[in-house]
Unconditional design. Structure first.
Ligand code: MRU
Length: 388
């Protein structure tokens, strides 16, 4: 397992790696309240659907452990927990993991049996149940990702239409879905890690992922960190890559994560995913979505029901980075925010797009791979756990 950790937690203490400073600086923020977690998520110091849910759940566990709840009855304790979770829910709207985690946590505290206990003991039991459930979300995420990695690597190799003489494949990924977006290993990047450790990966291409550059700042960093042979391209180079290098480099699959997979398989993920799926289809390259079942939303029928977050204009018109010296070395003590467009130009900045199910070949979950049936539709009922 990778040593990269976006989230460090022990009971009563939560530290979150500030991803805005990567790859140049490793700085952990101490998160002690829901407000600090909200700000950390909203400002994208932590990002990625599973990591967002984990940080929100654990931040509230930390404040509860540290005595933030002053409610006088069990009912008021539950109401307090629910109101903090409702507040955290507003931090980012598109990824469903946060909403799923929140409804699971709410159900858990409502189910705690407190009969026979007096006020104080009953309240403590509710708080303990919350903390344990939040910790379990964190713990289970890595196990989930390791399973996704195994299922996905097997599927990609078995379904590759191109491979090297040694049976290896190259893949392309978009955005960041690795250790930094989860509790460890990652989802789409987890499949790439698993392909690599099985000796089945010849090369990983990653897109820069404008406007926030999760690909160049985070995925490229994780690939280099793991010694995975890799190449960075801009988002706009994917078509040229497939057209000129699919056969030569054995590019067998595009593997992406998901912020929300809805009932019919339509998938919201980082903006640019849809364009990659169209290109993959045109070039006969498999298009694979890696999604823990916590990213599947069966309550929403199609992609039209997904709320897409729109972010601020400065993400397109400005960029921040460290100063590069004459010899190419990076001076992390000198960072700058730089204008890269006329600051008065109109801007549209949707953070995600929706890839229609018809462009997706497989959705890899921790409980197996789901492909479309003979009717051309996805059916996730076989992989959905009963828990939530
Ligand atoms: O805006 P971000 O960086 O939170 O977007 C992240 C993505 O789109 C990821 O691909 C998705 O959350 C899956 S992370 C395992």
């Amino acid at each position: 397992m990778s040593g990269l950790q976006a989230i460090r937690y022990t009971r009563g203490s939560l530290e979150v790696l500030d991803q805005l400073r990567l790859p140049h600086e490793h700085h952990y923020d101490n998160i002690t309240t829901s407000e600090e977690a909200f700000d950390c998520i909203k400002s994208m110091r932590v990002r990625g659907a599973p990591a967002i849910a984990i940080v929100a759940a654990l931040a509230h566990a930390v404040e509860l452990h540290n005595g933030a709840c002053k409610a006088s009855t069990t009912e008021k304790t539950i109401a307090y927990i629910e109101s903090r979770l409702d507040y955290l829910f507003e931090s980012r709207p598109t990824a469903v993991d946060l909403g799923n985690a929140i409804s699971h946590l709410k159900t858990t505290v409502r189910r705690v049996v407190v009969s026979g206990l007096d006020g104080q003991a009953a309240q403590e039991k509710v708080i303990e149940a919350y903390i344990e459930a939040a910790e379990e979300i964190f713990r289970k995420d890595t196990e989930t990702n390791l399973s996704i990695g195994e299922h996905g690597a097997k599927w990609v190799v078995e379904n590759a239409t191109v491979q090297s003489a040694e049976g290896k494949v190259a893949v392309l990924t978009h955005c960041n879905t690795g250790s930094l977006a989860t509790s460890g290993h990652g989802t789409a990047l987890g499949i790439i890690r698993s392909l690599h450790s099985a000796g089945s990966l010849s090369h990983a291409f990653c897109t820069e992922t404008r406007p926030y550059n999760q690909g160049s700042r985070l995925t490229a960093f994780e690939l280099v960190y793991e010694n995975i042979p890799s190449t960075l391209i801009t988002d706009s180079m994917a078509g040229a890559l497939f057209a000129t290098r699919k056969q030569k480099d054995h590019i067998a699959a595009v593997i992406v994560g998901a912020d929300r997979v809805v009932r019919n398989g339509d998938t919201a993920n980082k903006v640019g995913t849809y364009a990659l799926a169209v290109l993959a289809k045109y070039h006969g390259i498999k298009f694979v979505v890696a999604a823990p079942t916590t990213s599947i939303d069966l309550k929403t029928e199609t992609g039209f029901g997904i709320k897409i977050e729109e972010r601020k204009r400065e993400e397109l018109t400005q960029i921040s980075g460290a100063v590069v010296g004459a010899n190419g070395s990076v001076d992390v003590s000198k960072t700058a925010r730089v204008a890269i467009a006329d600051q008065r130009v109109g801007v549209w900045n949707p953070a995600f797009d929706v890839t229609p199910a018809e462009l997706i070949d497989a959705v890899v979950t921790e409980r197996g791979v789901v492909e479309k049936g003979p009717d051309g539709r996805f059916d996730f009922s076989g992989v959905m756990p009963e828990r939530w």
